[in-house]
Design a protein around this ligand. Sequence first.
Ligand SMILES: Cc1cc2nc3c(=O)[nH]c(=O)nc-3n(C[C@H](O)[C@H](O)[C@H](O)COP(=O)(O)O)c2cc1C
Length: 245
Amino acid sequence: MNQVIELIQSHRSIRKYKDTPLTNEQVETIIQSAQMASSSNHMQAYSVIGVTDPNVKKRLAILAGNQVYVERCPLFLVWCADLHRLKVACSLQDTEMVAGTTENFIVATVDTALAAQNAAIAAESMGLGIVYIGGIRNNPKEVAKLLHLPELVYPVFGMCVGMPDHDPGQRPRLPLELIYHENRYDPEKAKKGIEEYDQMMRRYYLNRTHHSRDTTWSKEMAAIMRQPNRKHLRSFLEGQGFRLE
Ligand SMILES: Cc1cc2nc3c(=O)[nH]c(=O)nc-3n(C[C@H](O)[C@H](O)[C@H](O)COP(=O)(O)O)c2cc1C
């Protein structure tokens, strides 16, 4: 194994941080690394807002469902899909941009995620820890207002960044055979593989030091997937100019 693979495979989300602020050089390196991610047609359809203001972080922590680490981390990054800049580029070329397509929505969202994951790895390589925060989509309208997001920009997720102040164990992943299909998709292997994974995850949930309980992966997934979640997102996205046509 080389050092990059070792780093990637030692990932765990960090939810407790030391107070130490990041240096400007650290922030710059993280964002420059994000920028070098591949991007659909070189559109670079994302922006990121670095929040260090304690009042703004506090408000975001509440809006994200009272996730205290959003307030306590030294840097909270809000990763936004951004078609606004492309509209400006089109207007410089005296052209109207067609924004409201499902394709453009996917492109901007994927670009954002790829850049964010590059940032995550860069941060981890510097000894920092991160956790993604999808909770900012609980109240996206308020988040957009708080951060002055213009039309054609929406917050995809947040990311806490800081020096780790705990060492949580790693979460075991699905067996590789369930994720990786050779030459064609094999739907037959899901059931047996999940049953085996459930046993592994049951031991993990029982033995972990924090929030230990008797559950399995499929039980957790069923609780999430049996109801529609964040149903407000469609109208929010349409309000921001992301019509999925
Ligand atoms: C898009 C996205 C959103 C997430 N949102 C949250 C969140 O709101 N709060 C949280 O504590 N963890 C959040 N997570 C972290 C996941 O729970 C975590 O990555 C997953 O359980 C695997 O654990 P690990 O990262 O420690 O390996 C999110 C992860 C992703 C990729």
